[in-house]
Design a protein around this ligand. Sequence first.
Ligand SMILES: Nc1ncnc2c1ncn2[C@@H]1O[C@H](COP(=O)(O)OP(=O)(O)OP(=O)(O)O)[C@@H](O)[C@H]1O
Length: 307
Amino acid sequence: MDYVVETNDLTRTFGSFTAVNKLTIKIRPGEIYGFLGPNGSGKSTTIRMLCGILEPTSGSGRVLGYDLASESEQIKSRIGYMSQKFSLYDDLTVQENLSFYAGLYSVPRPERKTRIEEMIEMACLTGREKELVVNLSLGWKQRLALGCAILSKPAIIFLDEPTSGISPTSRKMFFNIIQGLANAGTTIMVTTHFMDEAERCSNIAFISEGHLIANDTPDNLRNNVLEGVLAEVATNNPMDRLPVVEALPYVKECSVHGSLLHVLVQSEENLSELQQHTAGNIKKITPSLEDVFIALSRQRRRGSANE
Ligand SMILES: Nc1ncnc2c1ncn2[C@@H]1O[C@H](COP(=O)(O)OP(=O)(O)OP(=O)(O)O)[C@@H](O)[C@H]1O
């Protein structure tokens, strides 16, 4: 199978509102496919369609070769899914939660004990098997929820913001586990708001208002998307400076990053003029993924305002 996920113009509307608009994506086996976008841009809706739990309004798609519209049951039984509101039983222990999900996902009885042990080890929960889930921190719970979601060794896992609300250390640990799973051949589609996690994806799709507006490797997105020269400007009052800089004719984009402005100008020649206007220290920089996504979201908003 060339692609584990393949969609063509996948669309979902709620009444007159289009949450996902003609989404066409392809995901190869073993990829960590990052799915990024602002709040409400359609990420969860897409994932729910790909998991076979929400019917597409139009367009088509296949997951593991099964059709989203007519073979959703086959999809549901073959994938792993961890939603934002993952469900663990607080009044059961770590081990009991895993046993429960092993039954739910029909893990063959002779394999259950070994599989549960593997999940405990993978989730770094060794020594906590008998602990009630209610007593675990969110980071531990999230790793346990991942363990529950992959007990049946699914070929693809859908993770919807698995690391929101947990500490940076736990986030890193969680992503190391994901990386390990991908190295072993599991395909992963993951939504995240964190740029350090996006950097660790093999491919990033970025959606805004239901539209796919970028889809490439992190390197290509950083190097090939923004047209112009990006400069970092140190200034004491970035919020006051912002409207002034934005109004300059050669400035294409301007955004605040702490005490700095990131300014996209048309060409290298504009930098000295910018220096005079901002009375700040100017440094040419390579765009970060955040710079790229801010610019793409704004371009999309400007485009839809003109439609
Ligand atoms: N069942 C529903 N009925 C009506 N509108 C819905 C429904 N589900 C989602 N939406 C709307 O569709 C849009 C996309 O929602 P979705 O949850 O897919 O976004 P998201 O990108 O996952 O956002 P977040 O990062 O906040 O989770 C939102 O405007 C949301 O309010």
